[in-house]
Write a protein that binds this ligand. Sequence first.
Ligand code: FE2
Ligand code: FE2
Length: 183
Amino acid sequence: MPQIVNDLRQEHGSFAKLFDILERQLTIFHNNGKPDYDLISDAIDLLFHFPHRYHHPKEDAVFEKLAQREPAVASNMADLKQEHDALHDLTQKFASNIESVISEEEIARDEVIENLHKLADFQHRHMQMEEDDFLPVALKILTPEDWDELDARAADANDPAFGAEAKSEFSVRYEKILRSLNG
Ligand SMILES: [Fe+2]
Ligand SMILES: [Fe+2]
């Protein structure tokens, strides 16, 4: 299995876990309890920066290859790039809701929860489409040379948007969040 596909699938698992954490904390918030705001900030910060900076560029590169090999197949698929942009906008909106909550600005709790659900549903549907459709189709169509090229790019530490440096920064921050749950 190409490393880039393993990484993408693993990242989907991590993003889903971060959404679970947010969901649990925001339920506390919704019930007028005291959520862990540091945990919420850390999770949303990771979900705001990393998919956009690091996960989506890899998928966009796989998609580009697919479109070169089989334009008709790629054009029948959901518009990955457009969904990534929409996800980024929704995440930004939710992150700014959370900022308002933390700085104790006036904001309706229902609106915050609604925006989280909108974002989580979209992200979930998007990842499901990638797992069920996009990645299996790419695995069928791209050649071993295509995957070698994509893997090499993904492993290049000098590529700030795509590289190994972002990967290790993500892992460190993600593991820290998981540890804080157990600690
Ligand atoms: Fe994606
Ligand atoms: Fe993805």
